[in-house]
Design a protein around this ligand. Structure first.
Ligand SMILES: N[C@@H](CCC[C@H](N)C(=O)O)C(=O)O
Length: 279
């Protein structure tokens, strides 16, 4: 099975071209290829597939085999793969995801290879009923508290198609993400689990973020998470609608536009291609 290993700001996935390869059990394949000792090594698996409503379709599987609705860093790499491998020829394309069809703008280098991508991530959803939480439905969840282990956090929950819990902290580099991340991911309040963003505000237009990802552990970046952080920063009065987000693996330029859509611009990098023999 041919594959490409790609990353967006260090959030790395194995990409399989579903126009040419048939994958019968993507959940099992995701677990196998993601293993950093016995597999290729990645945060998960992304399939690039034909679409009836867009230029291409993507399906995204976390390292534990669970399928997610959307992947912000992944969709930029899907666009790069599709353009660089000739699946699309335009620099404005549409990608079908589990969270709807997303429009993307591709930026190429002198060799006509995609280097950066701007994605319209769509509008955030703030209703409990749509961000798989337990409890009463339909109110906004801008500032709630969540008791976890020995602490109670102020949280902002935002769905970007997939669920995120944003927590602002004073010193994100010193924060024990590996302790509170899994406890929040698997908290009874979130029956379908949740991605957790820990964020330090550096200035009104600049933050530093670390992410504990549902189904994967801490990753170097999360594009849907950076979108949720942009929303949470504005709603809690901490940040502007334009934000430079420093993640562990690189920077993302974020904007929550006046029309309500969130735009993310960031890198898409192919590291290598290869052949994988399913065990
Ligand atoms: N890293 C991704 C998000 C991947 C899916 C997530 N772990 C989930 O289960 O929702 C991104 O860049 O958005």
């Amino acid at each position: 099975m041919r594959f490409a290993k790609m990353h967006g700001a260090g959030n790395d996935y194995v990409y399989v071209n579903g126009f040419a390869e048939e994958v019968t059990d993507p959940a099992a394949l995701a677990q196998a290829v993601s293993n950093r000792q016995f597999g290729i090594g990645s945060d998960g698996l992304i399939l690039i597939l034909p679409s009836e409503v867009a230029d291409v379709r993507m399906r995204m599987f976390n390292a534990d085999g669970s399928e997610a609705e959307m992947c912000g860093n992944g969709i930029r790499c899907v666009a790069k793969y599709a353009y660089d491998h000739g699946l699309v020829t335009n620099k404005e394309i549409r990608v079908e995801t589990g969270a709807g069809v997303k429009p993307l703008q591709l930026f190429t280098n002198a060799a006509d290879k995609v280097e950066r991508v701007r994605v319209n991530m769509g509008q955030p959803v703030l209703k409990r009923s749509l961000i798989p939480m337990a409890g009463p439905e339909a109110e906004q969840v801008v500032a709630e508290s969540l008791a976890v282990l020995d602490r109670t956090f102020a949280i902002t929950c935002v769905s970007m198609g997939n669920p995120h819990c944003v927590i602002f902290v004073d010193d994100v580099d010193a924060f024990p993400v590996e302790l509170y991340g899994p406890a929040i991911e698997n908290h009874p309040s979130f029956p379908r689990r949740i991605n957790v963003e820990f964020v330090q505000v550096l200035a009104s237009g600049e933050v530093r973020q670390r992410t504990w990802e549902r189904g994967a552990a801490e990753t170097l970046a999360c594009g849907t998470g950076a979108s949720a952080v942009t929303v949470a920063g504005v709603l809690t009065g901490r940040t502007d609608r334009r934000l430079l987000n420093h993640l562990r693996g690189g920077d993302l330029e974020m904007e929550w536009a006046e029309d309500g859509d969130i735009y993310m611009t960031g890198p898409a990098v192919q590291v290598f291609e290869g052949d994988y023999q399913p065990q």
